[in-house]
Design a protein around this ligand. Structure first.
Ligand code: 5CA
Ligand code: ZN
Length: 415
């Protein structure tokens, strides 16, 4: 489906070509992510389109926007894919509860998401792919797994839905390091069905749900039905990026079961590692709880924009928290970001600037160190403060050069 509009990313002169160290959940360590040269391939799990775009979503997509900016600064090309879960239980339930067609709920929410992403200057994926566009891909992938004996219909069930033998992958658990009782509990909490009778293993995951009255269904060799959750991302990632792409990303709530299941399906289907690294953003909360559609404690990017808040201030407010930390949104976040933005804009439009090269290098170094945006922001605060006290010998081109680096590396427009 259509992605959103792309802002240009200036090339920043200076020392380029360095790969970032980023925390890989599977390696449980910082690791250089991306190829030495050529094209970095990134898959980030997209929204389930209802109740978008809250600040938690925005923070997660912003983390992977930073990763792309660091890759571009390293001189790499980026191939980026993102899905849209436009068929899944929670979306269908919301459509039913609010008496709207699920297709129009999804279309409206995707449009809102695109507008929010563009306003926040988040780089768009080249492949923006919905589940409803991917039924053939999903069917082919399930077919491959079925040929290998890894997909089976539920036995003795009124609806013999199809399941994948997740634990047949000897490396199952190696993405998230979640095992045993914790795996069962998280699986149940996050869309799985460990207790459903007829499964070979409680952690086997649904890949094809047979048609039920009132639910959308598509014809397939498995019977009319619709895809399960994880298999959509496996199929879309493999089709758009190929085997063993660089990073699969998302919020930390996706490490298990979602990314674990995607990896198992991918490895078992292709015989090659699915992603080289798995990167996860922390959870944004409100009033002490994770911001989530099911809890209803949401702050929407669109509502802030309608209230006249500058999208660049929203972006700065999010950047002030390290992508990997869990944090709570408060209205102070935005007030602080607005002040900071005003100070930076003042410095970016001053007749001369201070410490241009050091400032740009400090921003780069911060981002290369696990996308440490808060450290980059501190370096720019020092620059902005120093800019209030200029010397006639300061660089007349400094403000423009720093503003260009802030645009390229942090995605914040100052001029
Ligand atoms: N469609 C699936 C992924 S295939 C999904 O999880 N959709 S979602 O709409 O629930 O979430 C979209 C992205 O936002 C996911 O990466 C999720 O981890 C992230 N996310 C959701 N809630 C939060 C939150 N409170 N803080 C940070 N990230 C969040
Ligand atoms: Zn996904």
């Amino acid at each position: 489906m259509e992605s959103w509009s792309r802002v240009s990313v200036p090339v920043v002169p200076g020392l380029r070509g360095r790969l970032p160290l980023v925390y890989d959940t599977a390696a449980r360590a910082l690791a250089p992510v991306g190829p030495e040269s050529g094209t970095a391939r990134l898959y980030v799990c997209g929204i389930t389109p209802y109740d978008a775009t809250h600040l938690g979503h925005a923070a997660t997509y912003l983390a992977f926007d930073l990763l792309q900016r660091v890759w571009l600064d390293a001189g790499l090309e980026v191939l980026y894919a993102q899905n849209v879960t436009d068929v899944d239980d929670p979306l269908l339930e919301r459509a039913l509860a609010t008496d709207v067609e699920w297709q129009s709920l999804a279309a409206d929410q995707v449009e809102l998401f695109r507008t929010d992403m563009a306003a926040l200057r988040i780089l768009p994926p080249q492949h923006y792919v919905s589940v409803t566009e991917s039924l053939g891909l999903v069917e082919d992938l399930i077919g491959d797994l079925r040929d290998k004996g890894l997909v089976y219909p539920l036995s003795d069930a009124e609806h013999p839905d199809w399941y994948f033998r997740s634990t047949a992958d000897p490396a199952f658990g190696a993405v998230s390091h979640v095992h045993g009782a914790q795996a069962l509990a998280l699986f149940a909490e996050r869309g799985g069905d460990p207790d459903r009778p007829g499964k070979v293993d409680p952690l086997d995951c649904l890949v094809w749900r047979l048609e039920r009255p009132g639910e959308p269904a598509w014809p397939s060799a498995l019977g009319a039905g619709r895809p399960g959750w994880h298999v959509e991302c496996t199929a879309i990632a493999l089709a758009t990026l190929g085997e063993t792409f660089d990073v699969q990303g998302g919020g930390s709530d996706l490490a298990f079961p979602h990314h674990e299941m995607c990896a198992a399906e991918g490895v078992m289907a292709t015989g090659a590692p699915f992603a080289r690294a798995y990167v996860h953003a922390g959870m944004v909360g409100l009033d002490g709880e994770k911001m989530s559609k099911s809890k209803g404690n949401l702050v929407f990017v669109s509502a802030l924009r309608r209230a006249g808040r500058d999208p660049m201030a929203i972006r700065l407010a999010l950047l002030d928290h390290h992508y990997r930390s869990d944090w709570q949104w408060t209205s102070d976040d935005l007030a602080r970001a607005e002040e900071r933005l005003a100070a930076w804009r003042h410095a970016a439009n001053a007749p001369r600037g201070v410490a241009t090269d050091e400032t740009i290098e400090a921003v780069r170094v911060a981002l290369l160190d696990d996308l440490d945006a808060p450290a980059a922001l501190r370096a720019l605060d020092i620059w902005a403060t120093a800019s209030f006290d200029l010397d006639p010998s300061d660089d007349p081109d400094g403000p423009r050069r720093v503003a260009e680096a802030v645009d390229a590396l942090l995605g914040v427009a100052l001029r």
